[in-house]
Ligand binder design. Sequence first.
Ligand SMILES: Nc1ncnc2c1ncn2[C@@H]1O[C@H](COP(=O)(O)OP(=O)(O)O)[C@@H](O)[C@H]1O
Ligand SMILES: [Mg+2]
Length: 512
Amino acid sequence: MSVARAYAATLSGIEGVAVLVETAIGAGLPGLTIVGLPDAAVKESRERVRSALRQVGFPLPGRSVVVNLAPADLPKAGTALDLAIAISILEANGDLPLGAGSSVTLVGELGLDGSLRPVPGVIAFAESSLRDGRRTIVVPAANALEAAIHGDLAVLPAGHLGEVVAHLAQRLPIVSVSPADYDERAEPDPEDDMREVRGQSLARRALEIAAAGGHNILLTGPPGSGKTMLARRLPGILPPLSRPEALEVTRIWSVAGRLPSHSGLVRRRPFRSPHHGATAAALAGGGADPRPGELSLAHLGVLFLDEFPEFRRDAIEALREPLEDGVVSVARASGSRSFPARFLLVAAMNPCPCGFLGDTRRPCHCTDREVSRYRKKISGPLLDRIDLHVEVPAVPAGDFHSPVESEPSRTVAERVQRARRVQSSRSGDPRFTNATLASRHLRQQIGLEPSARELLEKAMDRLGLSARGYQRVLRVARTIADLEGSEKTSSRHVAEALRYRPLLRTETRSRP
Ligand SMILES: Nc1ncnc2c1ncn2[C@@H]1O[C@H](COP(=O)(O)OP(=O)(O)O)[C@@H](O)[C@H]1O
Ligand SMILES: [Mg+2]
């Protein structure tokens, strides 16, 4: 009795792991058995494989077919093993020469008609194939560009099991896709340009500072004032993704099953705006075999949380770890997984439950207690991670019809990129931003002028700034100085930074 071997891959977190598929056909009751810790999806693959084999003219032999997935202690999920299982059965039964697929990684889900369907995680499977020394991978056609990102791998796209069989039997070779086919340029989204935002100069400036220093930002304003519009334009003023960053983003999106068909490297920074009803699992990631959630889909991009106080407590709680460490951990019986989740947070809220506190056009009917309860929902440790607080008032009608265009995103992005370069050369870390400046380094690195220190100390007394608030102002002031190309942090920079401290509720209350 001969044993046939084929190679596939499965996911462990966001990494691909090679899987060996062994098949033996022997005497015994006819039937197909799959062993090696298969989850429900792998069991279902039995039915798909059986039907697909019949479609290509090789029905299962009337004997006992045993498929073993190794390593046995590795939990295997998903449908990507179908193709390797089918090929290894064909080899064991003598329908293909033994060893025909031994130097190839085979991934893809089979349809009942034998068609090969796209699967999540193909970029990770391609990486595991390379690590394992197999320089050829067969993938569903819709995943081919993704598999070809690494370049040093022959990627064979297939639309049907029959094509794979013909290739391995050396009857009709599949032509590999060329990795040069994908476009490396990041086209800015012309739909979301800063140019279209009328007025709102304070908020536009705050977004520029947020982008330049990696600062999280809270926008407070009545409905319709343009908070969503502003937030959507933040990815467009951030520096373009470097190639390693683009790979990280692509891997996460692929593993989460969110990469569009026929797409290669993700070149644009993500923008995610989960609804306030989202569960903690939807944000952090979940499932029996956890997949990345919204926080990871926003990795290296922007996470926009509209109606911030309406988010569930446990969902807000799930933000804490990523905001501190740039990762999110998901605990499971099978052990905890951690996914990258380093994003810029843009939170938005109304100034009060009805939304019209401080609005000159409509009266607010909220009581003081309602207002303070609403604002308290976001107080505490999370607030400490939001350096910029900005009021976004309703745009006066005059501004709306003003013929004056705002600066285009491209111009702002150039300033942002310059400020980022200053920060990375100061720290020696290309990803470093002022927002992550540790408090113990603040004093040495900030180059605070004496007059600036005086101003800040006065502000602490007068505005009741906490020690935390003091540090927030310092970080923001440093970013403002970097945008200006100034080595010192002057009182002018501090004065501007003080405009972005948390709103004291008496300040809006007292307006007419
Ligand atoms: N400053 C602005 N400049 C241009 N259009 C604006 C501005 N503010 C709001 N709008 C228009 O009003 C619409 C609603 O704004 P939106 O961003 O959804 O407000 P919010 O999120 O604060 O409720 C936008 O789609 C846009 O067309
Ligand atoms: Mg909105």
